[in-house]
Design a protein around this ligand. Structure first.
Ligand code: IPE
Ligand code: IPE
Ligand code: MG
Length: 277
């Protein structure tokens, strides 16, 4: 938190909103559906690619802000398994931008102790981008600060199916297929976010009221925050306002008492939540 205040101009709106946050009740895991690049470009009579390019800066800002706040995990939805339906030129633009982002940002991730992870079926990516992504993941693997999950060629349903198949395959190899019982803990442990907390705060920009196949399992009890702001316009103040709104929510997890946004560990949503803060 102090690390964030240190870079904000005292007296600015960002500074005031950041200062109003309760550091003890930050979301442990923030997920963002970064939507609205195309509409942002259309409003300016620009090609959709210009919107995607303008969407790089809010990515950088979100990563830096979450790292400085001391948030544990940030998952950014960059490309869905369904986004292959778009024109090939647009898809290629997105790979070029990923290449550009990784080329510039890995040093920054290292400096800020951020661990990059790729979630999604990344084997389907163009070879060069995939290799660059794998190198960046490997280079940052020893970092212990923010975990940045980039969801690329990601499908929440596919992730759950892959997890189930992994459990079946392990049981088969152990000769224990006939005794296999899948439970919530074992399934969660084979997801790409294994070991990370469930999503506390899910942000979607551009006003669409849908999940679009993002982190289906991990958002079971996430607080949803949808803003009409288009992704390229999503600035630091907008992110801090989302977190401030999250801190005002009463989270009950099915009970009758508010749990006040205390970080919830993976799997602990089952049964009785921790004591009300
Ligand atoms: C989000 O912006 C970026 C990706 C899905 C890759 P869109 O490209 O979906 O923008 P809109 O929804 O068409 O405005
Ligand atoms: C969701 O946005 C995927 C990403 C942000 C990467 P879309 O723009 O693809 O979602 P729909 O098609 O509007 O549901
Ligand atoms: Mg969209």
């Amino acid at each position: 938190m102090q690390e964030l205040l240190a870079i904000l101009p005292p007296g600015s709106r960002e500074y005031e909103v950041a200062r109003s946050l309760d550091p003890a009740r930050l979301p442990a895991h923030v997920g963002i559906i970064m939507d609205g690049n195309g509409r942002w470009a259309r409003r300016r009579s620009l090609p959709r690619a210009a919107g995607h390019r303008a969407g790089v800066e809010p990515v950088r800002m979100s990563v830096e802000t979450c790292a400085r706040l001391g948030i544990r995990s940030l998952t950014l939805y960059a490309f869905s398994a369904e986004n292959w339906k778009r024109p090939r030129t647009e898809v290629e633009t997105l790979w070029r931008l990923l290449h550009y982002y990784l080329g510039r940002e890995v040093a920054h991730l290292m400096e800020n102790n951020i661990r990059l992870r790729a979630i999604g079926r990344i084997h389907a990516l163009p070879k060069e981008v995939r290799r660059q992504l794998e190198d960046a993941v490997a280079a940052t693997a020893g970092n212990s600060g923010l975990i940045l999950n980039l969801a690329i060629n990601y499908s929440g349903r596919a992730e759950i199916v892959d997890a189930v198949n992994a459990l079946i395959e392990e049981a088969r190899l152990a000769g224990a297929l006939d005794r296999l019982v899948v439970d919530e803990e074992s399934l969660a442990s084979r997801l790409s976010t294994a070991g990370q907390p469930d999503v506390d705060l899910l942000i979607r920009t551009s006003g669409e009221l849908r999940i679009s196949n993002f982190l289906l399992w991990q958002i079971a009890y996430a607080e949803l925050y949808v803003t009409p702001t288009l992704w390229p316009d999503f600035d630091r103040l907008a992110l801090l306002e989302a977190i401030a709104a999250y801190q005002k929510r009463d989270r009950r997890f099915g009970g009758i008492e508010a749990v006040h946004g205390a970080p919830v560990e993976q799997g602990s949503l089952i049964g009785v939540p921790g004591p009300a803060a």
